[in-house]
Design a protein around this ligand. Sequence first.
Ligand code: HSE
Length: 309
Amino acid sequence: MALGRTVEVTVPATSANLGPGFDTLGLALSVYDTLLVTELPAGELDIEVSGSGAEEIPRDESNLIVRTIAHVYADVARPMPGLRIVAENGVPHGRGLGSSGAAVTAGILAAKGLLDGDVEIDDTDMLRLATEIEGHPDNVAPALFGGLTIAWMGDRGPQHKKLLVHRGVSPLVLVPAYTMSTSAARSLQPPQVSTADAVFNVSRSALLIAALMQSPELLLDATADRLHQDYRAGAMPETQRLVQALRAAGFAAVVSGAGPSVLVLADGPGSRQDAVELAAATTDTPWDALLLAVDVRGGTVGTRAEGST
Ligand code: HSE
């Protein structure tokens, strides 16, 4: 079989919303999907997946990474090659840690690497292309660029600003065995909210930037939300119970993305263990505790030396 270029891609998990920053704020976290993507003759497709969600991930043209690569090739008017994809998924699947955003980001970076030298795809193009597939930019922005990101839909399409997080902020993610679909969670959102609730979230979102960058002691107040978590609570009651118990104990706990995982933004590595113990004592659901760091790099792509695959 004639093999073309191989690229190696790494993409971090992400936690979107961070409480008040619905569809806007996102944080890249130190657990990763890794992939090798090799060009094959047109029409050939060979996909191997291991790790989280491997049994549910399609191995045909409907695969999200393949669809994303095809979207990029169509955008730059290049013929789609055949592909071999070997993926190892470290990002928990369907748990509110950006697994679909990671797949989309992986596809964007793989296409960028495969097209390198022929077509230049810059950061703005990558965010636009990723958002066209994902629908909202708050996971794909930190997955692409790392750190804390503010993403918004501007007149010229999706935009982002990357910020660095205070080193005292220590993320903990509590992952349950059950899953939650983002589209199901989004269907629970009301079409309109009150001005009072909008003002509540505007104030907390503004405060959250200060808390994450300079003043971690403000994280509990800064992570309060009235725009999404309560509307979705009935679909994941154990998640809501844990968020409430952690917040009552003073931890800045929020639903991670559309759930069902819980993100705790602890103000130091030591206090994370107390949160893990409280989680074990609070609900009947077991929680897998991921003690993570903020990923400051974002997704990466590199070309594999020939003959090394
Ligand atoms: N902002 C999104 C939501 C994140 O909460 O619906 C999930 O992908």
